[in-house]
Structure formats: C-alpha cells, structure tokens
Ligand binder design. Structure first.
Ligand code: PEP
Length: 264
C-alpha cells in the first residue's frame, strides 16, 4: 500500500560525534529560534551526543520547536555496564526518540540484530520511540539483495513487537552507500524501498498501522534533494546527518518536509 492523503512529516537530525559544547549550544539555540518563526506541521527532533542531551531537552521544553533524541542506548536495564546509558535514563531526562541500529554502530561496534532487538525492547518499555535503521551496502544492492537484506534486518530487530509497541516506532531506510558519501538514492530507489518496507509492515501489522508508520529516508539528504525525496508517497521525512550540523541547511530540509506535506 501507499499512503494517499496528507500526513505530517518527521525530520530528525543526527549530530553523531560532532561539535564542541559551545557549538552545540549555538546550533540548538539557532534552530529553536528559527523554527519559532514557523507554524510547523512537521515534527522535528535533534539527536546530539549524550553530554549535550540535557542542553537539547531543556531547549526542547522551552521552545517546543523540536524534541530530543539519543543516538544509542544499552540493551540492559541497569547494573555493572561501564560506559552504557539505559533507556530509563533517557526517559527520565525527557528524551523522546532514540536511534537504534545505525549502520555505523553495526559496523564499528558490531551490534547484531539480536542486540538491537533487545535495545528496542528496553526503549519501548520506557516509552522512548526507537528510530530503527535499516539499509544495504553497495555490494548487496549491486547483487540485487537489497530487499532481502532490509527484510531480514526489520524482521529480526523489530517485528517481534506487539501491535501496540510497534505503533510507537519509526523506521529509517538508510542505504549505507549513501551515508555521508554525497551520493543519494534516487527518489525512485528510495520510493521503491519505502513502499516495500510499508508492505512488510502491512503484512505483519495491518493496513492502518502501515499507513501511520513513519518511514524516513537517510543518506546524504540535503536542501537540494529534499523536496524530490520527500515528495515520494512513501517517504515520510528524513534522518539527516551532515546537513543537520548547519542551522540553515537543516531548516531548509524541514521546510522541504513542510512543503511536500500538502503535496502528498
Ligand atoms: C546518517 O548518518 O544517519 C545520515 C543520514 O548521514 P548523512 O546525512 O550525512 O548521509
């Protein structure tokens, strides 16, 4: 199924391990001040590194321009896990979203689908919305395995959730070959995969939940390509890396989401 009526979009900025505290404060404040001038339908979230989360949750409470998100959490509830941050700690801080299974975490920190499923469980137990990333490598796309790869990732990380739990999740399709490379999926490639993902959700959870599920695109999304990508019927917004580090670019992408909401 494709969605066929207007639904507001969601744009999430992933700052990764970037910015000094002063730069983070300046960026979060500028985004808040700029968005205050708009009457947005689009939902916006910012995912800073952990040490800057309180800054972002404070500004989020103050300005109501965006929500705060984390980039990761532990699969454990609490205990002797040095360096880890639990889903409950995020919830207690007022964090609304948490990215799970970003390809950088899968690659550099060897996070398996099994561990990611546990993280998703901890987040849903604590009412933090998991933003679950999936996506194929260039080799997998070239060999025609991209649908199979994404289906396996979603089945093994997410599809064990009950309907109630699943309703409070977000999916981000991020082809690995497009992340931070300047190479973007074409709008047709993005739409084809998003439509496929929505069909998997429909098969598992039914038509209404499939329609309501946010499926974001991530991978070198920028102010130049955002309108075309977000105009695709099954693209519900974006997970934005590099371009979320510049207030002007991030706000332009949010405006693209806003413009395309009335179009879809
Ligand atoms: C990301 O890392 O989630 C991402 C989409 O990065 P970029 O926009 O820089 O490609």
């Amino acid at each position: 199924m494709s969605k066929n009526t207007a639904k507001s979009k969601l744009v999430i900025g992933n700052w990764k391990m970037n910015l000094s505290f002063d730069e983070a404060e300046e960026l979060a404040t500028s985004i808040q001040e700029t968005l205050a001038d708009f009457n947005l339908q689009t939902e916006v979230a910012i995912c800073p590194p952990f040490p800057y989360l309180e800054l972002v949750t404070d500004l989020a409470d103050e300005g109501e321009a965006y929500s705060a998100g984390a980039q990761n959490c532990s699969q454990f509830n609490n205990g002797a896990y040095t360096g880890e941050v639990s889903a409950k700690m995020l919830a207690d801080m007022g964090v609304d979203f948490c990215i799970v299974g970003h390809s950088e975490r899968r690659k550099y920190f060897k996070e398996s689908n099994e561990v990611l499923a546990e993280k998703i469980d901890r987040l849903t137990e604590n009412q933090v919305i998991p933003v679950v990333c999936c996506g194929e490598t260039l080799e997998e796309r070239k060999s025609g395995k991209h649908f199979e790869v994404v289906e396996k990732q979603l089945t093994e990380t997410l599809f064990h959730l009950s309907k109630n739990e699943f309703e409070h999740t977000v999916i981000a399709y991020e082809p690995i070959w497009a992340i931070g490379t300047g190479e973007t999926a074409t709008p047709e490639q993005a739409e084809e995969m998003h439509k496929f993902i929505r069909s998997l959700v429909e098969k598992k959870y039914g038509t209404e939940i499939a329609y309501n599920t946010y499926i974001l695109y991530g991978g070198s999304c920028n102010p130049k390509n955002a309108v075309e990508l977000f105009s695709q019927p099954d693209v519900d917004g974006g997970l934005i890396g590099g371009a979320s580090l510049k207030c002007g670019d991030f706000v332009d992408i949010i405006e693209a989401a806003e413009t395309t909401t009335s179009e879809n």
